[in-house]
Design a protein around this ligand. Structure first.
Ligand code: ACO
Length: 473
């Protein structure tokens, strides 16, 4: 993929820095590394085209191919008659439709590759931190030491929540699901920051992005403390992003909370792995709501609501419920038989894009060993390992290319670290906030984008006249 100055100019500039300074730095940096990706991302010659013969009319059309795609609107010229609307594509669940061009993350589903802005997820998980990765995802390049320091300071300055938001959260039922509390509170922040509506103002967008990344851990921690009836803990700005989050979750009476360094790092790695994942369900919602030009808090509340579902980010919670239900290794064959009969799914397995091992699941498995060396082994681990062993050999899963995804092992780590199972989707939403916001910002900058508005194939009744109530049968 060519990573030239155009990319540098399209990425956001961080706070406290001029665009020209940033562009110069990025242009210089981008001349160094090159990542080889398939033609789809590198572009194809303008001469490539698709010839279509409409057998209804015998007419022939040449449709240009660019970057391995044809434009759906180019098909509209194909009409059966003069008053025909023109040909459309039917693609429920967007299985073969690119809705945008993006420079943020890249997945090769067959090879199990995930890159953020060109950097392999394995390298970021080993060498980066979540805040640095969030910067990379948002602004397009790894920060210099000075930029990282300034970014970290800016985030730290925005971790507090308005006291009214605390009161709002206190109004939830004591057993409210933390993800419901989280997404409602994020939405409510739009009333605290009405200036967030000015989405065309680039500086203002940056401020809201900073606020959101800084405040989501505080909201998540308050949702958790509320659910266990403990007082809220204010942020401790002397700790790291993840260390402070652990402080707000778990601090009791100690004067200063000190997170265990292995657990702090493990959570940071999990946050890196969850930070972005191209056009998944919740990101598409973020872009979809954002395309109507609402404020980012409302869009992000919608994205979090999409993530909550058990087929998406709620799967980590569903995996733990599944492991509990299976109960013991000896019950696994029965469980697998039921899944193969269609009586339920093996949660944490399968993915729309990955048709080989999810690279994030591989890193999470390694991280789990580290965490268990501190917390002790999660008793469900044996069931998970045996499920994976059987599924990777079983014809049903092999033929459908079903492998463990990011959610299969993450819950085991979260549980070992002391999180309640219903907190798992919230732990996903915190880092994904960076990805959602980067995708939202990219969408607003993209001149190709308009309000998201799919077409439909109407299959309902033809026009008919209203029947008065007394005449209905
Ligand atoms: N267990 C059993 N069978 C499965 C599973 C599973 N986890 N996933 C897919 N299949 C089967 C389907 O029944 C279908 O079989 P069929 O062809 O005989 O009808 C085939 O595999 C294809 O499945 P689809 O549902 O068409 O695949 P799709 O791409 O639409 O779904 C999804 C992907 C939603 C992730 C699916 O694999 C699933 O439900 N997995 C379990 C939930 C989960 O772990 N979600 C987290 C995904 S990662 C994330 O969002 C963060």
């Amino acid at each position: 993929m060519a990573r030239g100055s155009q990319q540098a100019q399209q990425a956001m500039t961080p706070m406290n820095e001029t665009t020209s300074e940033r562009t110069m730095q990025m242009s210089a940096a981008s001349s160094g590394t090159a990542t080889s990706l398939p033609d789809r991302t590198a572009g194809t010659p303008a001469t490539e085209s698709l010839t279509i013969i409409d057998n209804r009319t015998g007419k022939q059309y040449d449709v240009p191919i660019s970057q391995g795609t044809v434009r759906a609107t180019d098909l509209r010229q194909i009409k059966a008659s003069a008053d025909d609307f023109g040909l459309m594509t039917y693609d429920p669940a967007f299985q073969n439709t690119a809705a945008c061009r993006s420079r943020i993350s890249y997945i090769d589903g067959d090879k199990g590759v995930l890159l953020y802005r060109g950097y392999p997820i394995e390298q970021l998980a080993e060498q980066s931190t979540f805040l640095e990765t969030a910067y990379l995802i948002l602004f397009g390049e790894l920060p210099t030491a000075v930029e990282l320091e300034s970014w970290t300071r800016d985030i730290t300055l925005h971790t507090m929540l308005h006291e009214n938001i605390k009161k709002l959260m206190e109004g939830f039922q004591y057993d409210a699901h933390p993800m419901g509390v989280f997404l409602s509170t994020v939405g409510a922040l739009s009333t605290t920051y009405p200036d967030a509506k000015r989405i065309q103002d680039e500086e203002n967008r940056r401020l809201q992005i900073l606020r959101l990344i800084a405040k989501v851990p505080s909201i998540a921690a308050y949702a958790y403390r509320h659910s266990i009836g403990r007082p809220y803990i204010y942020p401790d700005n002397s700790l790291s992003f993840t260390g402070n989050f652990l402080n707000m979750l778990f601090r009791m009476t100690e004067v200063q909370y000190r997170p265990h360094p292995i657990l702090e790092r493990a959570l940071d790695v999990l946050f890196i792995l969850h930070a972005d994942h191209e056009q998944n369900c919740s990101t598409s919602v973020m872009r979809g709501i954002g395309s109507a030009h609402g404020d980012p808090y409302s869009s992000l509340a919608g994205a979090a609501a999409a993530l909550y579902g058990p087929l998406h980010g709620g799967a980590n919670e569903a995996v733990l419920h599944m492991l509990k239900e299976i109960g013991s290794v000896k019950n696994i064959p029965d469980f697998i038989t039921r899944v193969k009969k269609g009586e339920g799914r093996l949660m944490g397995f399968g993915h729309r894009v990955y048709k080989s091992y999810d690279p994030r699941a591989r890193i999470i498995k390694q991280t789990a060993d580290l965490v268990f060396s501190v917390t002790g082994r999660n008793p469900f681990l044996d069931i998970a390992l045996e499920l994976e062993r059987i599924a990777l050999e079983d014809e049903y899963f092999v033929s459908r290319k079903l492998y463990p995804n990011v959610d299969f092992y993450s819950g085991l780590i979260y549980q070992a670290m002391g999180f309640k199972v219903d907190m798992f989707p919230v732990l996903f939403a915190i880092p994904r906030t960076a990805g959602w916001l980067a995708q939202w910002d990219e969408m607003l900058r993209d001149p190709d984008q308009k309000i998201a508005r799919p077409r439909q194939i109407y299959v309902g009744e033809a026009r008919r006249d209203y029947v008065p109530r007394e005449k209905r049968r």
